[in-house]
Design a binder for this molecule. Structure first.
Ligand code: EPZ
Length: 423
């Protein structure tokens, strides 16, 4: 991926019109790529893989372990895994991306050992992996943590009944992959129910792993001795899709987002309907009609799926900063996911934080300003605000945005936005 520029300059106030296609989901692609590590001399072929910084980091990590990655076509890759691979994840890559911790379960299950630095915290809170480690210990792993590095060993993991104290997405994914090669059946209860979990179950199924995802927050996996080569596609990115839908609303535009699975954003669509947005839903697209009416205030708490997703919280806050009335957003998943509100207030928003709740007093208009992206979704929210604001906005630290939004400048330009990238 070419080095992308670090500032986006936006000349706001232009309604977005036209249609775009949602990318493959970053948060589905990362775990299913890690699943290739379960192979001993086989290939996992994946389609609809987005071209993002985080995907590149995962490619670097897998290559450092010995996986050979071939580009078969745009957004289509073959992950070729030899008989022998390394089992130590390089610190530089794990520090760069917390999702690197998703190699722990498959490495331990397939190599009998794994060494992985603890992923660091980030601007949205500490990101512990205690639930991942607790589940692996229950499956018979010996785990030691010495100076911030996890040393895990297990001759053969054993299938167990595991109850997750919190429906952690990453813990669910790590334990599902570990269970694939465990001895016997693993039943994991209170699992995450995000669509990305279904995508991982489908990929593991394509590799010959008997999985029963009952859709009731429980999954049964019968461990097998060896997985076989598999082939599957990454689901559309529900968070990227709703980012563009909200940008259409904020700019009073008329846009269609294609290649999505509407069921995956039910909670967001329900909130938008409550707020007075005007849109229609087909089996694989959403069309937003420009009704030039301001949204009216709505309130919600972020929750694990199927609740309102924390990853769409900053974007929804940006949209509600222009709504009529006072909205309350309670962030219940992460400890500190409101850093971006200071930046939005520089643009004329009126947002106060009280504990884990943002109080958003809607204003008629935002004005351009120089702002900084503090994390991936915060950056997206600031770009959306810049598109709606009168005047010029410069969003710096775009490196965060390139982690999760493929070609966001080109997509916005295709919808009529006046954006350019600067060094
Ligand atoms: C995934 O992170 C996503 N990342 C996040 O998206 C998303 O915000 C999050 O799920 C929640 O939906 C990827 O899928 C790569 P969790 P993950 O484990 O797996 C606590 C984005 O913007 N927790 O469900 O790390 C944790 O601290 C990113 O694309 C523990 O306490 O999320 C957090 O408060 C940001 N112990 C909460 O649970 C653990 O062992 C949710 O974490 C694990 C998690």
């Amino acid at each position: 991926m070419a080095e992308l520029k670090n500032i986006m300059r936006i000349d706001g106030g232009v309604p977005l019109n036209g249609s775009i296609k949602a990318q493959g989901a970053k948060n589905a692609a990362l775990p299913v790529m890690a699943a290739c590590l379960l192979l001993k001399g086989g290939t996992l072929t994946l389609d609809n893989v987005p071209d993002l910084y985080d995907i590149n980091t995962m490619r670097e990590l897998l290559k450092s372990l010995g996986v050979n990655i071939k580009d078969l076509a745009a957004n289509k890759i073959a992950l070729e895994v030899p008989e022998d691979i390394k089992y130590e994840a390089p610190e530089s890559l794990v520090r760069k991306m917390r999702a690197s911790s998703l190699v722990l379960g498959p490495l331990l299950a397939r190599c009998g050992k794994a060494v992985m630095p603890l992923p660091g915290g980030c601007s949205i809170g500490s990101r512990p992996i205690d639930l991942h480690l607790k589940g692996l210990v229950q499956m018979g792993a010996k785990i030691e943590i010495r100076s911030g590095v996890v040393y895990a060993k297990a001759d053969k993991l054993r299938g167990r009944r595991i109850y997750l104290d919190f429906p952690s997405v990453g813990a669910t994914e790590n334990l599902m992959m570990a269970a694939a090669l465990a001895h016997g059946e693993t039943i994991i209860e209170n699992i995450a129910r995000e669509p990305e979990i279904d995508n991982l179950a489908s990929v593991l199924g394509s590799m010959g792993v008997p999985i029963d995802l009952e859709g009731t927050g429980c999954v049964r996996i019968k461990g097998i001795d060896e997985v076989s080569s598999g082939c599957d596609s990454v689901i559309p990115d529900r968070i990227e899709a709703c980012t563009y839908i909200l940008a259409g609303i904020m700019t009073g535009g008329h846009i269609t987002v294609n290649n999505i699975i509407p069921d995956h954003i039910d909670s967001i669509l329900a909130k938008l309907e409550e707020a007075g947005a005007n849109f229609s839903v087909s089996k694989d697209s959403i069309t937003l009609f420009n009704n030039n009416k301001r949204l009216h205030a709505v309130s919600f708490r972020t929750m694990p799926f199927p609740g309102f997703p924390t990853d769409a919280q900053p974007q929804m806050a940006a949209a509600l900063s222009l709504a009529k009335g006072v909205s309350l957003i309670e962030e219940s998943v992460f400890q500190a996911r409101f850093l971006y509100t200071d930046e939005l207030n520089k643009m004329g928003a009126d947002i106060k934080i009280k504990g884990d709740t943002a109080i958003i007093n809607g204003v008629e208009e935002l004005h351009g300003a120089d702002v900084k992206a503090t994390d991936l979704r915060a950056g997206a929210a600031l770009i959306m605000a810049g598109l709606a604001a009168k005047g010029i906005t410069q969003v710096s630290d775009m490196v965060h945005v390139w982690r999760g939004y493929e070609a966001i400048d080109a997509k916005l330009k295709s919808l009529g936005a006046r954006v350019e990238l600067l060094d």
